[in-house]
Design a protein around this ligand. Sequence first.
Ligand SMILES: Cc1cc2nc3c(=O)[nH]c(=O)nc-3n(C[C@H](O)[C@H](O)[C@H](O)COP(=O)(O)OP(=O)(O)OC[C@H]3O[C@@H](n4cnc5c(N)ncnc54)[C@H](O)[C@@H]3O)c2cc1C
Length: 382
Amino acid sequence: MPPVTKFEYKVDMTFFGPSFRVGLQQHVPLDNREIKMERADIYDHLIGHALAQGVKIEYGCRIEAPILFGNRVVGVKTSAGDFYGDLVIDACGVDSPLRLQLPDSLGIEKDPGEMGKIYIYRAFYNKGKGAPAEAKYKVMLFADGKQGISWVADEEDYTDVLVGRFEPFDEAEALRFTEVLRETNPRIGRERLRGGQFAQIPVRQPLSILVADGYAAIGDSAFMTVPLIGSGMANCFKAARILAETVINDAECAFNSSTLWPYQVGYYKLLGAGFATLAAAKATVADLTPDEIDYIFESGMVTEDDITMGADFTNLFAAVKLDPKELIVKAKGAISDPKLLKKFAVAAMRMGKASAACSVMPKKWNRDRVLAWSKMYQLAFK
Ligand SMILES: Cc1cc2nc3c(=O)[nH]c(=O)nc-3n(C[C@H](O)[C@H](O)[C@H](O)COP(=O)(O)OP(=O)(O)OC[C@H]3O[C@@H](n4cnc5c(N)ncnc54)[C@H](O)[C@@H]3O)c2cc1C
């Protein structure tokens, strides 16, 4: 853990539909809260650990492409020259130039796909006057009728504003939208203290094939974030441990698809399968209209318990104690609009398919079986 002076526990989020009429607040138990830190402190902490373990870091060096020998990744081409290694671990983020330039025959997906990324603008403002004592951490779905997720969070010295959309947008739109938020959130002051940058987060099912001969993808490059929410840090650490154990168990240092496959199996068992079903549910959220989202918030279809996810969150079904069949029963009880009901039926079907696909993932590497499985898995989200 980082030093106690460097982190705080996260406060409960309150979720709002586009009309802001109803706010559903999480009630995460104190001993299951996520921590929050300044990103610079996270990096100091992680880099400090890496250096203490003997890692050598080359700063200011642009990775350009994988170096291949046949279909085996044997190194990386960089602005500082070529580097060769027994295993290349690709942690280059969502648009990794390594993943994007692998041969198609490996079957590793390149593009995160439509709605596979969320575009983020984040800025920190001074505190506006007359900040009301309402929800400290407001998360808004489809605010201003725009497909996306945004938040306004009260901090001691500033107000944290995040704007997330499924489509790219520019600074003018981010500022216009912030002005809209200001109308109901006077705590957003007019002085931007820091931030004001754009970033992208993958919000989709994990990459269907994480490994190749001499190669393993991890973190955002392997789409390991929690779909919808976009949290990725804890998942990276858990995946890193599984990968490390897989590498240590490869006694002959072959580092090929077959000896690296247990990393994939272990990741999907611990986290990936749960996130895959959540990604299937996300596909439906993205398909809802603002009115439908308001209706879901106001009809009792989603409750405060449903949105209470602790630090150990890994699986939507486990978190809300729901399976796809129950989802339909619950929807039928709460929703009378046949169009919306149909969307829930599609959601339940997609979630069922994603869950079923994960349960039949090959336990051992076999190229043909893995490629066939990957196709079937990807279809579950269409
Ligand atoms: C605004 C925002 C808020 C977030 N909030 C949270 C949160 O509250 N909790 C949480 O868990 N997660 C959060 N996330 C997600 C989290 O930041 C990511 O999941 C996590 O950083 C992924 O780590 P990564 O190392 O895989 O990828 P990245 O953090 O993207 O790191 C990739 C690295 O590779 C480098 N790189 C890329 N291409 C090249 C190249 N060609 N040459 C050399 N270097 C290259 C990049 O510079 C970068 O340093 C947030 C993300 C954003 C954008």
